[in-house]
Design a protein around this ligand. Sequence first.
Ligand code: NAP
Length: 295
Amino acid sequence: MYTQQSDVTVIGLGKMGAALARAFLRAGHRVTVWNRTANRASSLQQAGAVFEASAGAAIQASPWVVVCVSDATATRAILAAPEVATALAGRTLVQLSSSTPQEARVLDAWVRGQGADFLSGAILAWPSQMGTEQASIVVSGPSAVLRRHESMLRALVGTLEHAGEAVGAACALCAAVLSYMAGHRLGVAHGARICEAEGLKLSDFGETLAAFAPGLGQDSRHMARVIESGRFANPETSLETVGGDIARLVQLSREGNLSDALPRFAAGIFQQALAAGYGAEETAAVFKVLQGVVR
Ligand code: NAP
């Protein structure tokens, strides 16, 4: 059995790890912290956290250990220290470092092999949102383990989603969201180039997008439901219409001497969907191209 000095240990005090530790402190928890670069702990120590000189000693201090470092490789580097494996027994480790589903499965097997419980999570928030209603965390792993620690996780976020017992689920869901974000970020950057070339104020463009955002949420929900049901017929907006919009973006980019890399890439995929005969279907039918139905 361990001697419990803290409620929770946070391993990793980068921007996100430090924000997690601060949120736990604000919620009134006793917090132990460890970071490879010790001086990153100073402000947290001033706020009441206990800093331990080794990861093993920090893990020893609490029944519940949250790891938030750059990635799964960094996590494994920390956990590889011999005293860490011993310290882990009987504890719950929550991996909040961004990982792939496969990395989560491998770490789950290793952690359980040390006699500890494991939850894999993904943070959908910025550090400044941590501990507020705006922050979300998706976790996966055994429901019974989550139930034991749910109140601690709720100190961090407004929304806590259990993606299921399959330990890779949270990372998979987060990867799917990041895939969406990749398109979003490139789209904002390309849109900003269009506005810049036409002398429009970029802050106005930002406001237009923000006003449009709820509609994007509805569209995401609609596309997911269409794909899930496989009902692509009778769309309100056809794939052909959207494909035409994207082809016009290529034209506009060339006319304005802008990079056409993004619209050309998107137009290529829509072209495949049109060539496959999906033009009269829902825009979501582009999924069938990515599924490999059309190569
Ligand atoms: P960060 O500020 O760059 O901090 C990286 C952390 O990882 C530091 O504590 C660093 O320790 C540690 N680290 C890296 N390699 C290590 C190694 N080999 N051994 C030991 N420690 C190592 O990153 P962050 O923003 O806190 O992000 C942490 C995680 O949260 C990432 O997986 C990220 O994807 C995820 N996340 C971040 C955000 C965000 O907006 N920041 C949002 C959602 C999710 P040192 O201080 O010693 O370098």
